[in-house]
Every structure is written in structure tokens, then in C-alpha cells.
Design a protein around this ligand. Sequence first.
Ligand code: 13P
Length: 275
Amino acid sequence: MLVNSREMLKKAQAEHYAVPSANFLDMESIKNHVLLAEKLGLPLIIGLAESHLGDNINLEDAALVGKKYAEQVSVPIVLHLDHGESYETCKKAIDLGFTSVMIDASMKSFEENVETTRKVVEYAHARNVTVEAEIGHVASNFNENDTETLYTTAESAKAFAEASGCDSLAISIGTAHGVYKAKAIPEISFDSLNAIREATDVPLVLHGGSGSGDDNLSRCAKEGICKVNVYTDLYLAAMKEHDESDTSDYFKIQKAMKKGMNECLTHYYKVFGTK
Ligand code: 13P
């Protein structure tokens, strides 16, 4: 069942669990993630980051395949644009049938972030599409020009959610995208999370789920995070199975990689307490 994220995240918020947002990189992983969710009987958000568009996948193909599989299963599936970098990309994803978009203007000023997000919200809401935005900034270990974490304050989260009209809000409380240096588990500011949760009703999102520690993530889900994004660990799990498979058979390698991804996503479903 193809849905936007509104009811899914409100339910997660009310029942104190988080829904995974599993990134996909190609058409095969869309099918794989959706069929796993159906097998487990659990909701899922499948996310395609704008930075991953290219030879492997484009928005048109992602929309076609994403809608096809989401519509054929009984569990709720959100087809989500992750880290949309402009109004134009969000509009294109919405026009193609994505049911949720993230506009990431978190590196712009507060006012510009509000203005860009509002514009996307107006277009999206008229088409029953939900919008995630980010305030503060979750840094990236993939990109040496993007290593500065800007923690989200409760005041900015409240003011931003009200001014932008976004449906869910990514906050920065200590995680980062990608593999942590020296594989250290990050320190999460639960004080910030609790203050932000008290300040605003908007469902909260955590980026940079991979490597952030199961205890941390489980506690985040219980204390107000409704959606956790996972990319790196899914990809690493697939590559580990690939490297360990003593076969050069294309089909067996594909199967091994899917097994790795599925074990990883199944594990995170448990950690997040998804229902
Ligand atoms: P990780 O790669 O650290 O799991 O982060 C994923 C993410 O936040 C995608 O938006």
C-alpha cells in the first residue's frame, strides 16, 4: 500500500517506536526492501537520496518501480526522496508519484530554510505529499566538506516547524552520516531530544542511523524519534556477504547481498521497536 508518511509517523509517535527509512541505490533494492517489509508485516519508508541519482538509478525509474511494489503489498510503504537539494528536484519527485520528500536546506540560514521548505510544503500538500525538513545540521563522514555538526535547539525546532509547516523534522543530536571515525559509537544528546520533543509536536527524524549503537537508537525511538534513516549499514552488510561468498555466480552473489541487507534491516526493525 503506497502511502504518504503522515499517519505512519503519527502512529509511531503515539506508540513510541520508529519506522526505518531504508535507502535504496538501485531497482533491485527497492523490490528487496518492500518484499521484506511485507514478509515481516511491518511499515517501511524507502528513501532515494538526490546524491545517489546517476547511472544506477534515476527518479523516473525509482518512481515506476517503487510505486509498482508499494502498491502490490498490504503493508504501508512510503516512497521518499531523501535529501532533496532544491525545490525543483522535490517538485519532480512529487510529479512522478513520490509520496514524501525531504527538502534539505539545513546549511542555509534559518530564514532561507523556512522559505525553501514552505515553497515545497505548498506544492506537496496540494498533492497529498508529506514533507520532511532539517534544522540544525547532521554532518557527513562521506564528505570532507561537510563535517560540522550543528546541534538542533528546542527553540529553533519549535520556531522552524511552526514557520515552515513541515510534516516531520530531522534534528541533529549527535549522529552523522556514514562510518564513524575509529568506529566509535557517537554520544547522543538525549537532553536535547527530550527538550525538542517537549517543544514541538512535529514527528522527529534521525539521520545517520548506521553505526550509532543499538542502545542509543532504541532509546531514541522510545523517547521521540519516529523515523530513523539507515543507508551505510545496509550497504556494508551487502558488501560483506559479497566479499565472503566464494562464488563468481551472478545470481548467487545477488542472493548473498540481499541476505546481508535483509538481516541488517530486520535487526533495525527490532532495535526501533517498529509495529
Ligand atoms: P547512514 O548512512 O549513516 O545510515 O545515514 C543514512 C541517512 O541518514 C540517509 O539520509
